[in-house]
Design a binder for this molecule. Structure first.
Ligand SMILES: NC(=O)c1ccc[n+]([C@@H]2O[C@H](COP(=O)([O-])OP(=O)(O)OC[C@H]3O[C@@H](n4cnc5c(N)ncnc54)[C@H](O)[C@@H]3O)[C@@H](O)[C@H]2O)c1
Length: 391
């Protein structure tokens, strides 16, 4: 079969735009023509070394492409995605799909806002995106890399071939603090660590329960209710800051736990935090009726290294977010592969070019947002159970 060519554009020029570009370079099922980048800040610095054009408006970029990568701050995912869908373009939306970003006031404080209002507004935003998608020939491709991580896909195969029943999933995403300046503010991120990191293991859990339901009974198993707690440990007056953990957050949580009850009565428990030293800690464990797996996304022991002197490894990238390279470490020899970025982008380009089915689309993303904002309502009520609405 002759390879189709997909014309693409990048919106946003920061951290995620960089790893999206690396993944685009690895696409092999289609030819990719990167037309250019559009961003509020940093477009020139991003475009120059990559040899691509800078567009001054999103509209002009959309006119020239079949698909855009929405790699912008979470608060702008909805307008970027809707603009693309209105022009019948596909849009890859980085996590989280959307959310609640305050009342527009400069000094908005997410910690003090009503979480019921946050839930209602976030669901309204998701609904607008789903409506735009329904009217469009384009699709929302939800960039949840955990869905495409090889260990999660291996578990999908086990579920489909053994008809397993998952009884409990537990998982975590944690490290010592996100780099993005805007991350410290609810008005840009739509919440704290519960949404920004919790969305990854949560969406993998929601995905696997969907897979289980479809494989055995032809219909997805969905989240029914949540119980949650959030904390702001680095903002406590008695937090003893020794400089290893980021601690300049304005109004967001840095620790969260969500307990999900699915509509078949089974459960998932998801931790997320910004207070963990020793590198990024991303794992998901599945306790099923006929097997048990532990998906070590990061760290994993594909490679173990001992380095007696910090200076030895000064030019060596080891693994995300470790504070030191001295002593024992677990270098990730192909970190992107373990985290699922290239597999995700390859799958999305195949959808655009050949109509391949989407593993991570708007419905899964909508469940994630509904679950997380219901969890914020639960946390506001010190852990009372809250129903998760289906959109
Ligand atoms: N999947 C992952 O592992 C992962 C990792 C990091 C970030 N992310 C997600 O990627 C998104 C971006 O995060 P980041 O770390 O790249 O942020 P960043 O601050 O590094 O970059 C954001 C970029 O978006 C641009 N931007 C913001 N609003 C815009 C708008 N309305 N129009 C055009 N450009 C706009 C900024 O100018 C900047 O270039 C967030 O939703 C974040 O949650 C995902």
């Amino acid at each position: 079969m002759e390879k189709k060519t997909v014309r693409t554009g990048i919106v946003g020029a920061g951290f995620s735009a960089s790893f999206h570009f690396e993944a685009i370079k690895k696409v092999y099922g289609t030819n990719v023509e990167v037309k250019g980048v559009q961003a509020l800040e940093g477009a020139q610095d991003y475009a120059q070394p990559r040899g691509i054009a800078v567009y001054d408006t999103l509209e002009k970029l959309l006119d020239d492409v079949d698909i855009v990568h929405c790699c912008t701050t979470a608060s702008s995912h909805e307008p970027v995605a809707i603009a693309a869908l209105e022009r019948d373009k596909f849009v890859i939306v980085e996590k989280p799909l959307t959310g609640y970003f305050g009342d527009g006031s400069e000094d908005f404080n997410g910690e003090q806002c009503s979480k019921e209002v946050a839930l209602e507004s976030a669901l309204a935003s998701v609904t607008r995106m789903l409506e735009a998608e329904k009217k469009s020939r384009g699709r929302i491709l939800y960039a949840e890399n955990w869905v495409y991580a090889p260990s999660i896909q291996k578990e999908r195969e086990i579920l489909e071939k053994t008809g397993a029943q998952i009884l409990w999933i537990h998982g975590e995403e944690a490290h010592s603090g996100s780099h993005a300046r805007t991350y410290a503010y609810w008005k840009y991120s739509g919440g704290g660590v519960m949404i920004s990191k919790g969305c990854h293991p949560l969406t993998a859990a929601l995905y696997l329960k969907r897979v289980e339901g479809k494989a055995r009974d032809g219909k997805p198993i969905r989240p029914k209710a949540v119980t949650a707690r959030t904390h702001a440990l680095t903002r406590m007056e008695n937090f003893r800051d020794e400089g290893h953990i980021r601690s300049d957050y304005f109004d967001i949580d840095d620790f969260s736990v969500i307990h999900v009850v699915f509509d078949d009565g089974t459960i998932a428990t998801i931790f997320a935090s910004d207070i963990i030293l020793g590198g990024i800690h991303n794992w998901l464990e599945v306790a099923a009726n006929n097997h048990r797996v532990i998906c070590n996304i990061n760290p994993n022991t594909a490679m173990q290294a001992y380095n007696p002197l910090e200076a030895n490894f000064k030019d060596i990238y080891v693994v995300e977010k470790t504070g030191t390279k001295q002593g024992w470490s677990t270098p990730s020899p192909d970190e992107d592969w373990f985290t699922g970025y290239p597999q995700e982008i390859e799958a999305f380009y195949r959808t655009v070019a050949y109509g391949d089915p989407v593993e991570s689309g708007s419905s899964l993303a909508a469940d994630c947002i509904a679950t997380i904002y219901s969890a914020y309502v639960s946390a506001e009520r010190s852990g009372t159970e809250v129903a998760v609405q289906a959109l």
